[in-house]
Design a protein around this ligand. Structure first.
Ligand SMILES: C[S@@+](CC[C@H](N)C(=O)[O-])C[C@H]1O[C@@H](n2cnc3c(N)ncnc32)[C@H](O)[C@@H]1O
Length: 294
């Protein structure tokens, strides 16, 4: 269907892609295959300090790019997110990674092509095509941002990078392997945690951050926002999980609303770089790590 929808010759680009891959065999088996706003890759050295030595299932209900999930590679995991395209992509990477790779190998990192792919309605595509579209847009749009308008249509512009290699095959194949023992759910976080958590599970909560100022942070991962009332509801869920006997780690911004909510729990403050801001001067900030039952 892609090949019909997009008038492009793919043969030469396939060769270029193969050559680029040989020249730059960047390969890290624990890397996420998507770049996600608020991705936790840079915070992993801090987070690992608090991971319990032993736990039953691992649950990450705001999975985004899943930096900690891929790093941990725990054998029984439940991942979920309210972003449907994202969850379809995880499921397709789990079930059909080769067909996604075939589609991506026919794509080019080029502006006109980007806007053609972006204009496709995901609902008219099969699951592998939907996944390939999301991975492609994620890797070639501005800073890997996922932002949609009020109708839920992806609207991030193209961002030409130096490399023509816009995705890494090994990372995708490794991700597929890591997803084999994972339950993948499209849902609001509350329903998943209610149904799937038991005593002794480890839950990592990485919600959209409370913005430090009106303009500072990016929150629109889906057409819904995460408001102050959502942060308050999440706090109640956090406490319920701790009461149930789960090990819980939560990350958020160092905002008074958040530090006040969690004031009776251990809070670590960490200096971090923000990757998504347009203005380099605002690309630093402080994250907090809240520990419950740990
Ligand atoms: C900060 S990102 C998670 C980043 C992730 N930890 C990583 O390493 O890339 C927050 C995620 O929460 C999701 N989200 C927002 N509101 C949600 C909700 N009510 N239930 C479940 N997921 C939600 C967003 O779609 C987004 O993917």
């Amino acid at each position: 269907m892609f090949n019909e929808a997009i008038d492009i010759t793919i043969k030469t680009q396939r060769t270029t892609f193969a050559k680029t891959q040989k020249l730059f065999p960047e390969y890290d088996s624990r890397k996420p295959f998507l770049k996600w706003a608020g991705g936790k890759s840079q915070l992993i050295p801090e987070l690992v300090k608090y991971i319990p030595n032993k736990f039953n299932s691992y649950l990450e209900p705001f999975i985004g790019g899943g930096a900690l999930f891929f790093y941990l590679n725990h054998n029984a995991s439940v991942i979920s997110d309210s972003n449907e395209e994202l969850i379809i992509t995880y499921q397709a990477v789990k079930d059909n990674v080769n067909s996604i790779i075939d589609i991506l190998d026919g794509f080019v990192n080029e502006e006109t092509f980007f806007y053609q792919v972006r204009s496709l309605d995901p609902h008219t595509l099969n699951l592998s095509e939907r996944a390939a579209r999301l991975i492609y847009l994620n890797k070639t749009c501005f800073n890997g941002l996922y932002r949609v308008n009020k109708k839920g249509i992806f609207n991030v512009p193209y961002n030409k990078r130096d490399s023509e290699q816009f995705y890494n095959k090994e990372t995708l194949i490794n991700a597929s392997r890591r997803l084999q023992n994972t339950t993948i759910i499209h849902s609001d976080y509350k329903a998943v945690l209610k149904k799937h958590t038991r005593k002794g599970d480890f839950v990592f909560l990485d919600p959209p951050y409370q913005p430090m100022s009106k303009y500072s942070d990016f929150k629109r991962y889906t057409k819904e926002f995460f408001y102050e009332k959502d942060q308050k509801e999440l706090f109640i869920v956090f406490k319920e999980l701790v009461d149930k006997g789960c090990f819980v780690i939560l990350t958020n911004s160092n905002h008074p609303l958040i530090t006040d909510l969690y004031k009776n729990f251990r809070i670590e403050v960490i200096e971090t770089r923000r990757l998504i801001s347009c203005d380099p001067s605002t690309r630093t900030g402080k994250d907090i790590i809240v520990l419950g039952g740990i």
